[in-house]
Design a protein around this ligand. Structure first.
Ligand SMILES: C[S@@+](CC[C@H](N)C(=O)[O-])C[C@H]1O[C@@H](n2cnc3c(N)ncnc32)[C@H](O)[C@@H]1O
Length: 281
């Protein structure tokens, strides 16, 4: 028996081309995420838990369920499909650039002492908390700073709101940052740590689908949308960055992920440095 045949036989559930194509279509329509055939194994492994929980024996039945518009399951389905990888101070050069260039510039130019930023596709919150720490360390305490943090995945938004992480996940924070901004858990919370209240107060977490209407109020002084559009096709990216440009203040900054680019996507921004853009029109 060939390896491929063996692999197929060992699989607990049968995922046919028809099932996979339908799943890709629903994911694309609902989230903008493009599931190429290369993502087939990923789809299988992320959805098998749903099939088991629901007591289903084949993907065909699961497809019927989500196709039928079961909203509760569609939510679980989307949460299972999203890739939520993130970390504190990920792509640290962005935070350096904020501290050295963007924030000193804003402090000079904003007489109302207000800063508004958006972390779009914030996953479980490590990105907005890293922003909050950067603000605490580089903006005078009497300034009014607010971070909007949004994600499609409701589990991630809940985790961000709670602000509790495994201690092992805090490697991006320095010793002094840990001391100042994090409370370690004790007893049954041993091994966990919670972001301090003063950081949590700065951030508003909300579920938001970037493909839908945005009930958000600009203008923003900068937007972080990192490692999100990599999953979208170019046309979706074009619409998205147009909408970001319209929500950003004059000259405001946009930060994208390390493998993303606005080349052939938007001419509303100029490139300032590695994945750092400024609005020009
Ligand atoms: C890889 S994480 C990036 C997290 C963080 N920005 C970072 O760079 O570390 C991508 C996030 O985008 C979110 N996402 C995917 N499609 C989305 C959509 N249509 N609307 C809002 N968020 C979406 C996912 O749920 C996921 O949490």
């Amino acid at each position: 028996m060939g390896v491929v045949q063996l692999k197929k036989k060992e699989r607990e559930f049968n995922l046919t081309d028809k099932d996979f194509n339908l799943i890709s279509k629903i994911v694309g329509d609902r989230t903008g995420i493009v599931l190429s055939p290369a993502k087939r194994d990923m789809v299988y492994s992320r959805l098998t838990r749903r099939l088991r929980t629901l007591g289903l024996t084949q993907f065909k039945d699961y497809c019927e369920l989500i196709q039928g518009g079961d909203e509760a399951e569609l939510l679980e389905f989307t949460n299972a499909i999203t890739t939520n990888l993130t970390s504190f101070f990920r792509e640290n050069h962005h935070f350096d650039y904020l501290a050295k260039t963007v924030l000193p510039g804003l402090i000079k130019k904003k007489p109302n002492k207000k800063i508004r930023v958006w972390s779009a596709g914030c996953s479980s919150g490590e990105e907005p908390y890293s922003l909050a720490i950067t603000f605490k360390e580089n903006v005078p305490a009497n300034w009014d700073v607010k971070i909007l943090a949004t994600d499609l995945d409701t589990n991630m938004v809940a985790k961000g709101k709670n602000g509790t992480y495994e201690v092992d996940k805090l490697t991006g924070l320095s010793k002094s940052q840990l001391k100042k901004w994090v409370q370690r858990g004790r007893g049954n919370q041993e091994g966990m740590a919670r972001m301090s209240e003063s950081l949590r107060e700065m951030i508003t977490f909300k579920q938001l689908n970037l493909m839908h209407e945005w009930p958000v109020k600009g203008p923003f002084d900068f937007i972080f949308c990192r490692n999100v559009v990599i999953y979208f096709d170019k046309d979706t990216q074009r619409v998205l960055f147009e909408r970001y440009a319209n929500l950003l203040d004059h000259d405001a900054h946009l930060f994208i992920g390390h493998s993303e680019s606005l080349h052939n996507v938007s001419n509303r921004f100029k490139l300032l440095g590695k994945t750092i853009y400024q609005k020009i029109g």
